[in-house]
Design a protein around this ligand. Structure first.
Ligand SMILES: *Cc1c(COP(=O)(O)O)cnc(C)c1O
Length: 461
């Protein structure tokens, strides 16, 4: 399987090179040259496979330059630290199907992909005799999942910048209590945007990037999307009314990575009638799907902070297919977006979007009410991100198809919003027991790129 860029500027490369490249060197995003179609007899054969075996079947199709025995070992190891035997169990509460994606080490769905990415990096670096210094900025979830994905690994160091005292206390502790030698937490006296701008600056300095082998873990890495394709198959097999029956997925969306994995599963032939894209007040993607209006607005803070995003980095991957795999059209669309803050779509394109997606934007009041009502009716606590998806889903029950809601975080991770909605403090999973009393390691630093760069240079491997 070869990979090309949405911007058309790179010669085809294999899976291993695509993982190491992350963002395509021409500024586009990497995609496979073709999406394999899965026939019905293969779907039937996959139907009852346990999670790890299903993952091996699916990932092998896209990663054919890694020997199968090695891939199996990498996948098995990636899911060892999940506390649910099924990895991503599907539960039903009052007729609502909920796919629990939060049983990994940091209690959010990002672990599903970042545990695998950490193992892939370690494997590929060893094979190539190379080293990598991962540098990233986080508002909370991605940073902790990335740190847990690479802690203790050989030939990798990780530097994660987070805004000092501006993440939730649990999120900060999930990062700073990881005291492995290769993990460097930097709490910046500034905002998330300050952190992100600094990281962009480091990657823009090509000499620094080359000399210190800087690497990224954000959701533009194809391996992250690929790892997430697996649970769409896993859940659809279990939720469909009959083998091969259709389903709908409701996906709380920020950077469009998770729902794009569902789109790939649909393209592979998994019978998904529609993907329901749920947003909070940061609803550029809902406006795009429902009104063809893709125009920039300001980011507002909500109770579902991991979805407080306007420009979704993975959206370009979907546009590539919407623009009939034409890199020239992608380049033109992004020039127009940079100039006018908007993109335009033809009627035919809008019709295609409507055949693939549904969308609903859910505000703060509705989200908190959903958490309260759902708990009153079922005794089950939803985290605020999941509640955005469940609120949206409950509006589309007239489709009369199994509707699977992705539960992207454990309620204890966002306990303030859950308690505000219900008056209940969510029970903490064992992973968080006593986390406040563990030793921590974190460098609190001024919002000063030169000082932070010097810190990275001093501690890089
Ligand atoms: C990252 C995240 C999301 C958004 O997922 P995307 O792939 O960015 O669309 C939703 N919920 C939680 C809890 C997250 O951490």
């Amino acid at each position: 399987m070869n990979y090309i860029s949405t911007r058309g500027g790179i010669a085809p490369i294999g899976f291993k090179d695509a993982v190491m490249m992350g963002l395509a060197t021409d500024g586009g995003l990497l995609l496979p040259t073709e999406i394999p179609r899965i026939d019905s007899s293969t779907l039937a054969r996959w139907h009852d496979l346990p999670y790890r075996e299903l993952a091996l079947e699916i990932i092998s199709l896209f990663a054919d330059d890694i020997p199968s025995a090695d891939l199996k070992r990498l996948i098995d190891r990636s899911y060892d630290r999940f506390t649910a035997p099924e990895i991503t169990p599907l539960v039903t509460k009052d007729g609502v199907q909920i796919l629990e994606l939060f049983h990994g080490p940091t209690l959010a769905f990002k672990d599903v992909a970042l545990q695998l990415l950490g193992n892939l990096f370690e494997y590929l670096l060893k094979e190539r005799g190379e080293k990598m210094n991962i540098v990233g900025a986080t508002s909370g979830d991605t940073g902790s999942a990335a740190i847990h994905g690479v802690r203790g690994k050989e030939n990798i160091s990780i530097f994660i910048l987070h805004p000092h005292l501006k993440t939730s206390p649990v999120q900060a502790l999930q990062m700073t209590t990881v005291t492995d030698d290769n993990v460097h937490n930097i709490a910046v006296k500034g905002t998330f945007d300050d952190c992100q701008n600094m990281v962009k600056g480091f990657f823009g300095d090509l000499e620094f990037k080359e000399n210190y082998s800087l690497g990224a873990v954000n959701s533009i890495n194809w391996a992250r999307v690929l790892a997430q394709v697996v649970y769409y198959f896993y859940a659809a097999f279990r939720a469909a009314r009959e083998p091969g029956g259709e389903v709908i997925f409701s996906v709380p969306t920020g950077n469009f990575g998770d729902i794009f994995a569902g789109y790939i599963a649909k393209k592979m032939g998994l019978p998904i009638r529609r993907l329901l894209l749920a947003t909070n007040e940061n609803n550029i993607l809902t406006r795009f799907i429902n009104d063809g209006d893709y125009s920039l607005a300001h980011v507002v803070s909500t109770a579902s902070p991991s979805m407080d995003i306007q420009v979704a980095s993975n959206f370009e991957r979907y546009l590539y297919y919407l623009f009939d795999e034409n890199p020239e059209a992608i380049r033109r669309a992004f020039v127009s977006f940079a100039e006018n803050g908007r993109m335009n779509f033809s009627l035919e394109q809008r019709q295609r979007v409507a055949e693939e997606f549904l969308s609903r934007s859910v505000n703060q009041e509705e989200t908190l009410k959903c958490i309260a009502d759902f708990h009153a009716e079922t005794g089950y606590l939803l985290d605020p991100h999941t509640a955005v998806g469940v609120t949206a889903a409950l509006e589309f029950t007239s489709w009369e198809l199994p509707l699977i809601c992705l539960a992207t975080a454990h309620p204890a991770k966002f306990d303030e919003a859950v308690t505000a909605a219900t008056g209940i403090v969510p029970e903490r999973p064992a992973l968080l027991d006593g986390i406040e009393n563990l030793p921590t390691r974190c460098q609190v630093m001024e919002n000063d790129p030169a000082a932070i760069r010097a810190f990275i240079e001093e501690n890089a491997i």
